[in-house]
Design a protein around this ligand. Structure first.
Ligand code: ZN
Length: 232
């Protein structure tokens, strides 16, 4: 698999606490899950110019993490990512990428949600144990701390909802949402706040690996709208 990982890479530079958790950046941590068996390329706001249409055409699966730098992603890059998904590239949006430009383009809705950050635990429930993304995951798993995301989450109805997050404070959130857009498959996954260690959790890592396999497609097609002759 050819995997591309985008992380805005701002918090790790500005916040010593985040840097301590993710010394290689969140992109580095996700890359470490795949580097043994796959070709992995990482992109940040520092080299986003290298995230070209040509690279996207040569990518099977892309991960996206962003938070405070969404506006610094050029519209043209976001549109290229959207088009790559429509042509068949697999796409995984992590945590605060709910407000990223490519996610909003692909969803067509504001993707707003409520949030609270005061160290709650999260219990993530598997609501479709038959789904490939949750194979190897128990009925639920617990994250010691995670940012609370709160419904309503202004997304289109997922094609398949496979995870629900429940929090110490009693809130609930659609934490694992599957979509298809054009020929591409999309997975949105809620855990992954920068000041917590969610990307080290074995169940999260299993889900990210399974998700990469699930969104990957061998079918790619150009976006055309051809005039056709009548048959016969
Ligand atoms: Zn967050």
């Amino acid at each position: 698999m050819k995997i591309a990982i985008f992380n805005e890479f701002i918090h790790e530079k500005n916040d010593a606490n985040v840097r301590e958790i993710y010394p290689e950046g969140i992109h580095g941590q996700i890359a470490s899950l795949f580097a043994d068996q796959h070709t992995v390329r990482t992109f940040t706001l520092d080299n986003i110019g290298e995230l070209t249409d040509q690279v996207l055409r040569d990518t099977d699966v892309m991960f996206w993490w962003g938070h405070v730098g969404h506006h610094r992603v050029p519209d043209a890059v976001a549109e290229s990512v959207r088009d790559a998904v429509l042509r068949g590239m697999g796409m995984i949006f992590l945590h605060s990428a709910h407000h990223s430009k490519p996610f909003r383009l692909l969803m067509g809705t504001p993707c707003n949600l409520g949030w609270r950050e005061n160290g709650d635990w999260e219990r993530v429930w598997v609501c479709d144990p038959s789904h490939p993304i949750v194979q190897g995951v128990d009925r639920y798993f617990e994250l010691e701390h995670e940012e609370v995301y709160v419904e309503p989450f202004m997304i289109p109805e997922p094609d398949k909802l496979i995870l629900i997050g429940a929090y110490q404070g009693g809130e609930a959130f659609r934490a694992g949402c599957c979509y298809r857009r054009g020929y591409g498959k999309i997975f949105y996954f809620q855990p992954g706040h920068e000041t917590y260690r969610s990307f080290y959790h074995p169940a999260v890592q299993t889900i990210l690996k399974n998700a990469a396999e699930w969104v990957k497609s061998d079918y790619r097609a150009e976006l055309t709208c051809p005039h056709v002759e009548q048959i016969g």
